[in-house]
Design a protein around this ligand. Structure first.
Ligand SMILES: [Zn+2]
Ligand SMILES: [Zn+2]
Length: 156
């Protein structure tokens, strides 16, 4: 990962938290950095397993509550997953997702044509739209190959 790029995101995160009156503790910052370092849209469980290697005293509850708080103030996004487990995304800019139904991988992609899909007027009339995302369900290349590549996901 490009250090400068992630540093900018960390700065932005700190500013946003402060803007919402949330204290940026070293623990919260560590949790955010772990999330940022992962592009797999991890669940709280996955973030916890990574963070506990560096911070053995941190509890799952601390990690889980921090993630819920971050999502609540909009510094991260929750991601729809078909297992019912909340997963998180540090990329809060508009983008779309590929869902692998076999391994649970959620892969980001951008497409300006999809960004431009109009929302029907009967929806916008009485529904305040805050964002939209196209989700394409299918089978990722690793799973299609039938190889035993293991993705960290909600069932791990
Ligand atoms: Zn897969
Ligand atoms: Zn994403």
């Amino acid at each position: 990962m490009e250090e400068e790029y992630s540093q900018g995101l960390v700065e932005q995160f700190i500013q946003r938290c402060r803007g919402h009156g949330l204290k940026v503790t070293p623990q919260r910052l560590a949790i955010y950095r772990k999330l940022l370092a992962s592009s797999e849209h991890p669940s709280a469980d996955v973030v916890y397993k990574k963070i506990v290697q560096e911070y053995p005293t941190m509890s799952f509850d601390t990690v889980n509550r921090a993630l819920l708080t971050f999502a609540d103030i909009g510094v991260i996004d929750t991601v729809e997953s078909h297992s019912g487990v909340k997963r998180y995304d540090t990329d809060i800019a508009p983008h779309h997702h590929l869902h692998c139904i076999k391994c649970g991988a959620i892969i980001d992609f951008c497409d300006s044509d999809l960004d431009a899909i109009p929302i029907p007027e009967r929806i916008t009339r009485n529904f305040t739209v805050l964002g939209k995302r196209v989700i394409i369900r299918g089978i990722c290349p690793q799973c299609a190959e039938g190889s035993a590549v293991h993705h960290d996901h909600e069932n791990s």
